[in-house]
Write a protein that binds this ligand. Structure first.
Ligand code: S6P
Ligand code: ZN
Length: 189
């Protein structure tokens, strides 16, 4: 019933809009507290409040065993040395894993195990898939110069828990060093 061609024929890669889907837009003002460099954040916000990313979510059915999916589009850019990023979340139903498929552009995902705090940085680009295990906080960043688009597929039960990340943020920060994304411990910046 659903295949990637059908999904992508509804998708506008320039605006990130997915026709007929529930759309969530996050502007710079919505990302307060997410970026490590608060001064750079306030300076950028004083200059304007651009759209950072958009997610079109499709929830075909909500029975046990069903899947939901979202197509995300993160605009290119940086705040200080940090790439445009998503808020990041754990799934409200902690065992829920997720599969990400890169569609266009270049990016990375920061994965943080909730129990151990172990952090990993993995590439997200076309023909790459990222498996996000359950109980793993995930944040996506656009490290390129064009919009980063991706498909995320997750159990219908997954839900979003933004609370823990909003309180303490991720343990690691991803910054540009010599043109490359590098993961650093937040407390060592
Ligand atoms: C949902 C999935 C994605 C994100 C999207 C935006 O489980 O991980 O569709 O919702 O990448 O990120 P965030 O952290 O603002 O929801
Ligand atoms: Zn998720």
């Amino acid at each position: 019933m659903f295949n990637l061609d059908q999904i992508l024929s509804r998708y506008n890669p320039v605006t990130g809009e997915l026709a007929g889907a529930k759309s969530t837009e996050r502007y710079l003002a919505d990302l307060r507290g997410c970026f490590a460099n608060a001064t750079a954040y306030e300076e950028a916000l004083a200059a304007g409040n651009p759209l950072l990313y958009r997610v079109g979510s499709v929830e075909p059915a909500a029975d046990e065993g069903d899947l939901h999916y979202g197509v995300g589009c993160i605009m290119p850019g940086k705040i200080g040395d940090e790439y445009h990023l998503t808020k990041g979340h754990l799934h409200a139903w902690r065992p829920a894993a997720e599969f990400y498929f890169g569609l266009s552009g270049e990016g990375v995902m920061l994965l943080e195990d909730e129990a151990t705090g172990e952090s990993r940085l993995v590439p997200l680009r076309p023909h790459h898939a990222v498996y996000v295990p359950g109980r793993t906080a995930h944040r996506t960043m656009n490290t390129g110069t064009a919009p980063l688009t991706y498909l995320g597929v997750y159990p219908a039960r997954a839900g979003h828990d933004y609370g823990a990340i909003a309180q303490r943020n991720f343990r690691c920060v991803v910054v540009e060093r010599a043109g490359q994304p590098v993961m650093l411990a937040r407390n060592q910046l």
